[in-house]
Design a protein around this ligand. Structure first.
Ligand SMILES: Cc1cc2nc3c(=O)[nH]c(=O)nc-3n(C[C@H](O)[C@H](O)[C@H](O)COP(=O)(O)OP(=O)(O)OC[C@H]3O[C@@H](n4cnc5c(N)ncnc54)[C@H](O)[C@@H]3O)c2cc1C
Length: 492
């Protein structure tokens, strides 16, 4: 008899895991707190799909090549849906390296240019087309039923819903995202999940735009990226002629909180030469207001300790297992990686819950460790730089290692094909996150670049911290009464 499987959460991880399981022959019940997407195909899901359970729904997303590669292998129909929706696939390596250097393996650098709404909608429609997936939506899981294991760890045997219903389950997949409460429910039953946590110390102020029909700008918002003294800006190509712009600042930078106001945000973006044309009304019009999100953390949860599962009958998938700083664009790819690994672990060990937990851990832990470590280290490098804090002795070697990538590899992207490839590999998670920096040939090339940079350092192109502060405060002077109307960033 098939195991009774409940998937908690219908975001990227939950939808992919349900598809993976259904296609291996398992019936699945997927429980999602939000309403389904609107049925009308003419409505833009970015605006019309109410996703309160996913606070980042309208914030910029880019999907790394790993995400596309996984979909091509496990759910090619999702890519077909994206193409049918007019969504482009672009090979990032081939956009900046001439054809004579291309190799067949460079196909692994093809990415999907879409907003999160379009990407998730394609996944959702593929899941809805699977007869083996039953959606309980909207419905909210409020707790787990946990029983003592016989001579082993405690076992999850079902879920409770807020409407009083209980569902029996031989297996629950926690796909509840970074704010999932599952590890707290487990702790209340004395099953403790260890978590490594590091604050990303960043707040996003972002906005999506749509190109005007006469816009002459190149459509490649991906090239919009820069680190100023106190602010990072990033561009995200989107679907249907859209693109996202994100201004990222440190949460303690009080004046920069004015970016939550349209006038503050626009004044800051206009003062950055690379961004100014992109928000010029002749080129682009806003799709929605400023979207704000803070409180980001790198989190790595461990469900297997000293070779023993903390609990059986439960697999944590997606952000519930490991969350990284969204800036690096790895979250969705890792969610898909974990989701398809979970489906495989179930199908190989369906009658043995301990073997299933161990197989899933073996398939995912080294990659989860690597993305957590790299994301946390990149964040520390930015925090030391922005706050002017001296790098402590214990972190110096790691910061040098990160500099090899952020400066040594990046400086060679346009002049050294191997560094272009290494750079694309890293940002696209083509292989584990630390593979590039563990490659001795890449390290040598990056070191050479660092020596050259030391003799001719880059000049900052854009306003200094003080200039940006002055620009934003001046905008407040012009529209000061609005200051008290805009909400504070969540989590702050
Ligand atoms: C600001 C921001 C920008 C990002 N940008 C990128 C990017 O550019 N590229 C990238 O790859 N990743 C990005 N990410 C990360 C990416 O969004 C996540 O990694 C990804 O959504 C994880 O998928 P998930 O399914 O684990 O969680 P989610 O997508 O958050 O889904 C969780 C689901 O569970 C549901 N749920 C939770 N609890 C319950 C419950 N008790 N009962 C029922 N349902 C429940 C929620 O409603 C939700 O639908 C970004 C994240 C943020 C915060």
């Amino acid at each position: 008899m098939n195991p009774r499987i409940v998937v908690l959460g219908g975001g990227i991880a939950g939808l992919a895991a349900a598809i993976g399981l259904a296609r291996r022959g398992y019936p699945v019940t997927l429980i999602e707190r939000d309403l389904p997407p609107p049925a009308d195909p003419d409505l833009d899901p970015f605006l019309a799909w109410k996703r309160r359970g996913v606070p980042q729904f309208r914030l910029p997303h880019g999907f790394s090549a790993r995400a596309r590669t996984l979909l091509a292998a496990h759910a090619p129909d999702v890519l077909d849906r994206l193409r049918a929706d007019g969504i482009e696939e672009i090979n990032v390596f081939k956009t900046f390296v001439s054809p004579e250097f291309w190799q067949p393996s460079d196909d692994e650098f093809t990415v999907v240019w879409a907003r999160r709404s379009a990407f998730e909608l394609a996944l959702r429609r593929s899941a809805e087309a699977e007869p083996a997936i039953r959606f309980l939506c909207p419905a909210v899981v409020s707790g787990l039923r946990i029983e003592p294991g016989v001579g082993g760890p405690p076992q999850v045997t079902g879920v409770r819903l807020t409407d009083g219903r209980e569902l029996d389950a031989d297996l629950v997949l926690d796909c509840g995202g970074g704010r999932s409460r599952v590890s707290r429910w487990l702790a209340a039953e004395d099953a403790h999940v260890h978590a490594d946590i590091q604050d990303c110390q960043t707040v996003y102020f972002s906005r999506y735009y749509r190109f005007t029909p006469d816009c002459a700008l190149p459509r490649n918002a991906m090239l919009l990226r820069g680190e100023l003294e106190s602010l990072t800006y990033i561009g995200f190509p989107g679907d249907h002629d859209t693109f996202g712009l994100c201004l990222e600042v440190h949460p303690d930078d009080e004046d920069m909180r004015l970016l939550r106001n349209t006038w503050g945000w626009e004044a800051a973006a206009r003062s950055i030469a690379a961004l100014a044309p992109w928000i010029d009304p002749a080129n682009a019009t806003p799709v929605a207001g400023i979207q704000i999100m803070g409180g980001h953390h790198n989190v790595r949860r461990r469900y297997v300790v000293d070779g023993r599962p903390v609990v059986t009958g439960l697999l944590a998938v997606g952000d519930a297992l490991c969350t990284t700083n969204p800036t690096y664009g790895w979250g969705a790819s890792m969610a898909l990686t974990f989701a398809f690994a979970a489906a495989e672990a179930v199908s190989c060990n369906e009658a043995d819950p301990v073997a299933m937990a161990l197989a899933y851990d073996a398939a995912t832990s080294s990659e989860a460790d690597a993305v957590y470590r790299e994301s946390a280290a990149m964040d520390r490098a930015r925090i030391y730089r922005i706050t002017g804090q001296e790098v402590p002795e214990y972190d110096r070697a790691e910061m040098e290692r990160q500099r090899l990538i952020s400066e040594g590899v990046a400086a060679g992207v346009l002049s050294d094909v191997e560094l272009s490839r290494a750079f694309c590999r890293r940002i696209n998670l083509a292989g584990p996150a630390d593979a590039v920096i563990n490659n001795p040939d890449i390290v040598l090339r990056a070191r050479d670049n660092l020596k050259q940079i030391a003799s001719a350092p880059f000049a900052q192109i854009g306003p200094s911290r003080e200039e940006l502060r002055a620009v934003v405060l001046a905008a407040e002077g012009l529209d000061g009464h609005a200051r008290h109307l805009a909400p504070s960033p969540p989590g702050r």
